[in-house]
Unconditional design. Structure first.
Lengths: 276, 400
């Protein structure tokens, strides 16, 4: 079980004037800071798949990075199996398996060397590590290239190896950030099947995506983030009245337009405040 | 966890061809080959110049023209050319500078060796071209001068001793107290630490860029940060890999330098160099290497901090350029003539290493004086490592 309550994260801007000079200032840019995530909450129970959707720049990746433990939230908490992730010495981080476009594996090492290395870092014994590598190579069809350097692999093979890296330590919670982006149909299928297998194994899975067909196919829960805030949290069917991807897209676009109108009025208020 | 990260980082950078090239092949083969090549071609070029046949003209009173000409032409590497100049200084300069003749000897019209008067002769030559080949003119004319001097001595009824006293009443004998090692150490001792420090820096730069900014760019740094390993452990492991590589370059350079010097000494007339290299004892050599340890640690911490800050490998290279200058500048101080390892120098980090290396090469080091060298440089390296650890914990640095 993973519960996220009231997460917020801001970043200091290197050039605070840049946004206002372009004339399209994000309402989350205030003073020297960009408030990437302002109020995000969600929860995912064991055996559930939660789809996280939102436009580019909405704050999905920052939210997931806070869920993985690499970013410290300014406010809010991430509770995994009853333990707060960020108040911990690192042991709760063992419970998270995280994959994103910015978490790659070592290209000059072989697939197996990568898996063994990360297994060791997560504290797996050598025999358990071997056992896990065997199981993952079989499950993700990696036996043919497990001894090849990652540098020589196709993007689909790399992504499968990276997924194996993310779950080599048997995490309690799985978080994938756009895992199918840029992959071919076969690799996408393998990854979607893997997510489904994790769901069947009783693990909570959170994954972000821009493909609403994937959400429609796999998700039980949906979380929508717009302009750094949770816009919707709840069962997938309740969002658009059905699991259909077309209905999901239509409802999402309506929500997005509404949030942009609100953001626009907030920006206008900010400009007026600046002028005053 | 430190061991696992250290081993992985080492394996990772050694599989990179750039690292292999810069850390192993460059100091052991490329630098000695380049230096050897430069020395070889300099020697060959100088020898060629020295063996060159010089063409000359003589402008002398008719009675002495053929005597002087024949005397000079008696040398197998001097050959007379027909005089085409009118003897004016301007024409002679022009002929020498244009290369139609190598030197011109001008003897005054009133010259007569029996006269009791010093005669002022002029030798026109291009001094910018002089590598010692013009010394043969003195050699070939000397017997003639001595014969005329002897004629004067006999005419004035002087003994040989009286004549010698008249021309040179005192003979000052310069007795050098420095042995060959100290002498050569003083001459090359400024350059060597500069090269060693430069190599230490180069040895640290490639891995620092690769496992800092390079990992960030390739996305593997974030993957590493996901693990439950403490960030201080990650920094320390990366730092140690960089420092090891830096030291390895320095060690390989010294080892290959010694090896190549001894090897080349067999083929070239470099007896003095071989003697000096052989005279540097194991203790002094160990101390030179030991002093490079804190330097490598300092470079490793500094470059890792810079590299972690950069978003990409290329950005890291741009940031490192001015830092390299800051790191190399103190090393250049050792080449300032007259600056010695005393006063404030033993307490100035990096500068003290370069001057202490010079003293060790010369064999004049008082070993206790090395204490401040190690203290100051280790303290500086530790301070930078602590900064690096603090730096690595900052999200603004890692996720710029």
């Amino acid at each position: 079980m993973i519960e996220v309550k009231g997460l917020a994260k801001r970043f200091a801007l290197e050039n605070p004037k840049a946004g206002s000079e372009s004339g399209h200032r994000d309402p989350r840019q205030r003073g020297r800071f960009f408030h990437s995530v302002e109020q995000v909450s969600l929860s995912c129970k064991p055996g559930e798949v939660l789809g996280l959707i939102g436009p580019n720049g909405a704050g999905k990746t920052t939210t997931l990075r806070m869920l993985s433990g690499v970013l410290q939230p300014d406010r809010g908490e991430v509770v995994i199996d009853g333990e707060e992730l960020h108040r911990d010495d690192g042991s709760v981080r063992r419970k998270v398996g995280f994959l994103s476009a910015t978490t790659a594996i070592y290209e000059r090492l072989t697939v197996e060397e990568n898996l063994r290395y990360f297994g060791q870092l997560y504290g797996l014994t050598p025999s358990l590590c071997d056992e896990r590598i065997e199981a993952l190579c079989s499950q993700l069809d990696m036996d043919d290239f497990r001894h090849r350097r990652v540098l020589d692999l196709s993007s689909g093979m790399k992504q499968r190896a990276n997924i194996a890296r993310a779950v080599v330590h048997q995490p309690k919670v799985i978080i994938f950030d756009e895992p199918t982006t840029g992959l071919d149909i076969m690799s996408t299928e393998t990854i979607l099947q893997f997510i489904d297998s994790q769901k069947q194994a009783g693990r909570p899975v959170i994954f972000s995506t821009h493909h609403l067909e994937e959400v429609s196919l796999l998700c039980d829960q949906l979380s929508v983030i717009l302009v750094g805030r949770s816009n919707y949290n709840g069962p997938l069917e309740a969002f658009a009245g059905s699991r259909d991807a077309v209905a999901l897209r239509r409802t999402f676009m309506q929500q997005h337009e509404r949030s942009m109108t609100v953001a626009g009025s907030m920006e206008a208020a900010d400009v007026q405040a600046d002028l005053a | 966890m430190f061991k696992q990260i250290w081993l992985k980082e080492s394996k990772d950078i050694w599989r990179d061809k750039k690292t292999l090239w810069f850390i192993v092949l460059f100091p052991t083969l490329v630098i000695p080959a380049l230096l050897g090549g430069v020395i070889y071609f300099s020697v060959v070029s100088m020898q060629g110049k020295f063996d060159e046949v010089l063409r000359f003209q003589v402008h002398a009173p008719p009675a002495w023209q053929s005597v002087i000409h024949e005397q000079l032409a008696g040398h197998d590497k001097l050959v007379g050319v027909e005089s085409k100049t009118d003897g004016s200084a301007e024409r002679i300069r022009q002929a020498v500078n244009q290369g139609s003749v190598d030197f011109v000897l001008v003897i005054p019209e009133d010259f007569e060796p029996t006269r009791a008067k010093v005669s002022d002769w002029q030798l026109y030559y291009n001094q910018a071209d002089d590598l010692g080949q013009f010394d043969r003119i003195d050699e070939v004319l000397q017997p003639l001068f001595e014969r005329w001097q002897d004629d004067h001595r006999q005419r004035w009824h002087l003994s040989q001793v009286q004549a010698d006293v008249l021309t040179k009443p005192v003979r000052l004998d310069w007795v050098g107290t420095a042995d060959k090692r100290e002498d050569l150490g003083e001459k090359i001792g400024g350059m060597l630490p500069y090269i060693l420090l430069l190599l230490c820096l180069m040895g640290a730069m490639m891995p620092a860029l690769d496992i800092g900014a390079g990992e960030k760019e390739r996305g593997t740094l974030e993957t590493l940060l996901l693990t439950p390993v403490a960030r201080s452990t990650i920094v320390f492991a990366k730092f140690t890999v960089i420092a090891t590589s830096s030291l390895l370059v320095a060690f390989l350079t010294i080892a290959s330098g010694l090896g190549w010097s001894l090897l080349l000494g067999q083929f070239f007339a470099l007896e003095a160099l071989v003697e000096v290299v052989s005279a540097i004892g194991l203790l002094d050599l160990t101390l030179i290497l030991a002093m490079l340890v804190p330097i490598s640690l300092f470079y490793a911490a500094m470059l890792l901090a810079v590299s972690i800050y950069a978003r990409t490998y290329k950005e890291g290279q741009n940031y490192m350029a001015p830092f390299n200058f800051l790191a190399i500048l103190p090393a250049m101080v050792a080449m300032i003539p007259g600056l010695e390892f005393s006063g404030w120098v033993p307490w100035a980090p990096i500068v003290n290493v370069t001057l202490a290396t010079k003293e060790l090469l010369k064999g004049t080091m008082v070993y206790w004086d090395l204490l401040p060298v190690f203290m100051t440089n280790f303290a500086l390296a530790l301070a930078l490592l602590l900064f690096c650890t603090y730096w690595f914990r900052r999200e603004q640095v890692l996720f710029r």
